[in-house]
Design a protein around this ligand. Structure first.
Ligand SMILES: [Zn+2]
Ligand SMILES: [Zn+2]
Length: 451
């Protein structure tokens, strides 16, 4: 076995709650001093030419009766159980991750036995499947803290290093001196240095820099996010001044692009260290889509269904978490207004999406992508609400703030969004409704169903 010159950058990301359950299962299966083994079955995604990300769809930790023998010196799975695993998961085209533990609490190393066994296993996979899965292997210390990961080539004679992140995001938690001496975040110290450091490394795509997007960027920027990709084709207009923080009439006179204005909001916060790419184009534009896929998180805060649909499709394709923000105001015939805001996070990699959860309307999305003439025709026939939807700063703020809170929960790991989340706030009742996401699950969705 040889270490080849690292030709690609591999990462394995496990959402925090999945990792927690996997780790608990591993710890519980073990009796003192025994080694344990677990499996993750992953989707693979090529982010760029050299960057490849693995994201688990599911995991299995065999119970102790699945072993032929289990001891401190090694372990062997029963063959029929092993075949069952392979048939069930690998036939779906997923790649396999082997995780096992070594005794002791020091940083583990792969042993000579591991090398031989895994090399053989990689060759076995190559010879047994028409579309052979890749083998990734990981070794942990007995408390599952320290780790090493690697990926085997198909011949089973070389490995490359894999970076492992038990997080939604590929963030190194190396303490950075600048982050924790930064006076700016003194009042947020309570959340920990890792939290602040992770925010400063996060790259957020914001699709829609209007009334909700701008407040969202202002708030998440002040929480500590410095790297942004901003996408919106529109320019500032006088009608925006009722709800855009820090927007001034002169900007509307000079017809600033909304992305330039939001970029200014971020630049106003950070004297150095921020990185903002402002793209005054629609998300339909294919050249921006690859960049979106390379970011850590996608946030969509547009006023139309079509761009939300595209954002969702990109989130599925690139296996990125998506946060969807929106508000709605109408006035009942008796003159009483009803106001809503909605924060939706569809689960990454399955179960439901904005389309099958009916959170956006595909018919409207199709109309919005139709040529202008058709759109105005449909508009006159009363099928389409105009872009002059009512909007107020304070309601947009509730929506944007809650979205920022959800992201804080995702980064710190205190909020479980792995089954997805859909919250709706209603005013004047002043109530938050939590949609039961079980009802949103749709196995055969054209968009998010298994391919
Ligand atoms: Zn080992
Ligand atoms: Zn779906």
């Amino acid at each position: 076995m040889k270490f080849t010159q690292q030709s690609s950058q591999f990462s394995l990301q496990i959402p925090p709650f999945m990792w927690h359950k996997f780790r608990q299962a591993m710890l519980q299966t073990r009796n003192t001093n025994e080694e344990v083994i677990g499996f993750l079955f992953c989707q693979r995604h090529q982010i760029s030419k050299r960057q490849i990300r693995y994201f688990p769809e599911t995991w299995v930790v065999p119970a102790s009766d699945c072993y032929e023998h289990q001891s401190a010196s090694g372990l062997v799975l029963k063959q029929e159980f092993h075949l069952y695993l392979l048939e069930k998961y690998l036939s779906e085209g997923l790649d396999i991750v082997h995780v096992h533990t070594h005794a002791g609490n020091q940083a583990p190393n792969f042993s000579g036995i591991d090398d031989r066994y895994e090399a053989e296993y990689a060759r076995f996979l190559t010879s047994s499947f028409r579309k052979p899965p890749r083998l990734i292997s990981g070794v942990f210390d007995e408390s599952l803290q320290n780790h090493k990961f690697r990926i085997w080539n198909r011949k089973g004679n070389a490995v490359e290093t894999v970076n492992f992140y038990p997080s939604w995001f590929e963030l190194k938690s190396q303490p950075n001196i600048q982050a924790h001496t930064d006076l700016m975040f003194a009042r947020q110290k309570i959340f920990g240095e890792d939290f602040q450091q992770q925010l400063s490394e996060l790259t957020v795509t914001l699709i829609g820099c209007g009334g909700i997007g701008a407040i969202f960027a202002e708030q998440l920027g002040r929480l500590g996010v410095k790297k942004w990709l901003l996408i919106d084709p529109d320019r500032l207009e006088t009608v925006n001044l009722n709800r855009m923080p820090g927007a001034i009439w002169r900007m509307t006179e000079q017809r600033w692009h909304k992305v330039e204005y939001v970029k200014q909001l971020i630049k106003n916060i950070y004297q150095t260290g921020s990185c903002v790419k402002a793209i005054p184009a629609a998300v339909e534009n294919e050249s921006v889509q690859k960049e979106i896929g390379a970011s850590d998180l996608i946030v969509v805060a547009t006023d139309n269904h079509r761009s939300r649909q595209i954002a969702q499709e990109l989130a599925i394709e690139y296996m990125r978490p998506l946060v969807c923000l929106g508000t709605h105001i109408d006035v009942k015939p008796d003159g009483v207004p009803r106001m809503y805001c909605r924060v939706t996070v569809p689960p990454v990699g399955g179960d439901w999406c904005l389309m099958c959860g009916n959170i956006i309307n595909l018919q409207r999305a199709a109309l919005e992508s139709a040529p202008m003439e058709i759109e105005s025709l449909v508009g006159r026939a009363g099928y389409l609400e105009g872009i002059n939807d009512p909007a107020v700063f304070w309601l947009n703020s509730i929506c944007a703030s809650t979205g920022v809170g959800v992201i804080q929960g995702m980064v710190s790991g205190c909020l479980n969004v792995e089954e997805g989340l859909d919250w709706i706030y209603q005013f004047p009742q002043c109530e938050w409704h939590h949609t039961n996401t079980d009802y949103l699950t749709t196995p055969d969705c054209y968009f998010c169903g298994a391919d």
